[in-house]
Ligand binder design. Structure first.
Ligand SMILES: Cc1cc2nc3c(=O)[nH]c(=O)nc-3n(C[C@H](O)[C@H](O)[C@H](O)COP(=O)(O)OP(=O)(O)OC[C@H]3O[C@@H](n4cnc5c(N)ncnc54)[C@H](O)[C@@H]3O)c2cc1C
Length: 444
């Protein structure tokens, strides 16, 4: 462990919080994780697609092999309309593999968090605390303290808010900014920074019938689109339904809403033989959630910094939300590793500079990613005549798909890696990964 007095309190033990634990462990920076659920690794939530940008982090930590054992590679995307007409395949995942040497893979949230948890030693597990719902935070000129619902509190040098889209840390950050009369208005985030235009019913169910592991099917049409990702044992669908009105308010749904959703859309096809109703009837798990969209303006205030869904929320159509959260952590960890002084105090100016550089390096990419995800959802749900036209007559073209992926490839190849961990065994494709500028020795 570090010889520095610098200590990070990570609030939230989801995929991004656990990525932060791994990155800080590699950097030799002390941390604790506080997670409100009863266990750090739980079997809940939709499956996730990890793209080359997220897989680079796992490769760097030597976790690719173990991850491959619990995930399935994705290839061709078959596209249908609501009545089963073929809209032409999409080869985006195949281009990812050609360009970067790694095929996108689908994994359950449970398996991903288990891989990230198991990568850490027992000494790190001892610093992960479930059943710790953070209620409030307070900062002083030299420290930051979080108070939990059970009456305990934890003090550290900084707080990383990895507590998801409805982040308490983000709202506490806002309250602290408002309470300080010298805070410029530009540093105060909106109370409701995200807009919800869609909601999603996701269903996990046993892989069946003509759905084959590795298949990725999409069903497109007015107001509703479906993505199906087929794994070895289970498959997952995400259904994206446009709401009558976008809203900035938090939406919550119950079992009745889910039933009503299925009665409306149950007949839609996932493949030639399987319908939404078939998937729902054999479900292992499901959930109806709102799909917030947006990027928070300020990702830090004082000793507090946001990562993952707490800082930005994408619609899931491009499978980029969690992937971007993992990259946030890489960039933040690199900046922290630069300023954490071994054997001494790290000053507030250093922390402010590190947080500033972190946001500067991530913001534009994340805004573009969020916009792209929104456009993909708008196109798949035929939000306007133009989107419908592009979906039906343009996006199915193999030349158009190749053009988009060629354009995206240099940005993907430039995905940041940890600057203090040797990169070995990273698969290579046509477009070489941009390597970091020499390894920095930062460990004590
Ligand atoms: C249907 C669907 C499909 C998706 N598919 C993909 C995909 O294919 N690829 C992809 O990259 N992304 C996908 N996403 C997005 C992805 O799920 C999120 O981007 C990702 O989960 C964000 O991780 P996170 O750790 O930042 O937040 P979360 O996953 O929300 O985790 C936050 C954690 O913080 C804890 N917490 C919250 N408040 C507190 C508190 N006060 N005190 C202590 N702990 C707290 C929570 O219990 C939770 O464990 C999808 C999302 C949905 C809804």
């Amino acid at each position: 462990m570090s010889s520095s007095s610098f200590k990070v309190i990570i609030v939230g033990g989801g995929p991004v919080g656990l990525t932060a634990a791994n990155a800080l462990h590699q950097a030799g920076i002390d941390f604790v994780i506080l997670e409100s659920r009863p266990n750090i690794v739980i079997d809940a939530g939709s499956n996730l697609v990890l793209l080359p940008m997220g897989l680079r982090f796992l490769a760097q930590l030597g976790l690719l092999e173990v991850f491959n054992n619990v995930s399935s590679p994705l290839g061709k995307i078959k596209r249908f309309d609501h009545v089963g007409n073929n809209l032409g395949d999409a080869n985006f995942f195949i281009h990812h593999k050609e360009n970067h040497g790694i095929a996108p893979r689908v994994v359950s949230r449970h398996a991903l968090t288990q891989v990230l948890y198991d990568a850490l030693p027992a000494s790190a597990h001892a610093r992960m605390h479930p059943n710790k719902k953070v209620r409030s935070i307070a900062t002083t000129p030299s420290s930051a303290t979080v108070h939990c619902a059970d009456g305990t509190s934890y003090t550290g040098t900084i707080i990383i808010g990895a507590d998801g889209a409805h982040s308490l840390i983000r709202s506490q950050m806002r309250s602290l900014a408002l309470a300080n009369p010298s805070t410029p208005p530009s540093l105060v985030n909106d109370d409701h920074p995200f807009l919800t235009t869609y909601r999603s019913l996701w269903i996990r169910f046993p892989t069946q019938s003509d759905l084959l592991p590795g298949d990725a099917n999409e069903t497109h049409g007015a107001d509703l689109a479906i993505q199906t990702f087929v794994g070895e044992e289970t498959s997952v669908i995400g259904m994206y339904e446009r709401l009558p009105q976008p809203t900035a308010e938090r939406l919550r749904f119950g079992p009745k809403d889910e039933e009503e959703f299925i009665s409306r859309w149950g007949k839609l096809p996932l493949s030639e033989k399987v319908t939404v109703q078939d998937a729902y009837d054999s479900k292992v798990q499901s959930g109806l959630v709102s799909l917030e969209e947006g990027v928070v303006s300020n990702w830090s205030y004082g000793r507090i910094v946001l990562v993952g869904d707490a800082a930005h929320k994408f619609t899931p159509s491009t499978g980029a939300g969690c992937n971007n959260g993992m990259v946030d952590v890489v960039v933040l960890a690199n900046e922290l590793a630069r300023v954490v002084k071994q054997g001494g105090e790290t000053g507030m100016e250093d922390i402010t500079a590190a947080f500033g550089k972190y946001q500067e390096k991530r913001f534009e990419t994340v805004v573009e990613g969020c916009k792209g995800a929104g456009q993909a959802t708008a196109m798949a749900t035929w939000k306007s005549g133009v989107f419908k036209f592009v979906d039906l007559h343009v996006i199915g073209s193999k030349r158009v798909q190749r053009f988009f992926m060629e354009r995206a490839a240099p940005g993907i190849a430039a995905t940041p890696a940890l600057e203090f961990v040797e990169e070995a065994g990273l698969p290579e494709g046509r477009v070489p990964w941009l390597k970091s500028q020499g390894l920095r020795a930062i460990k004590a």
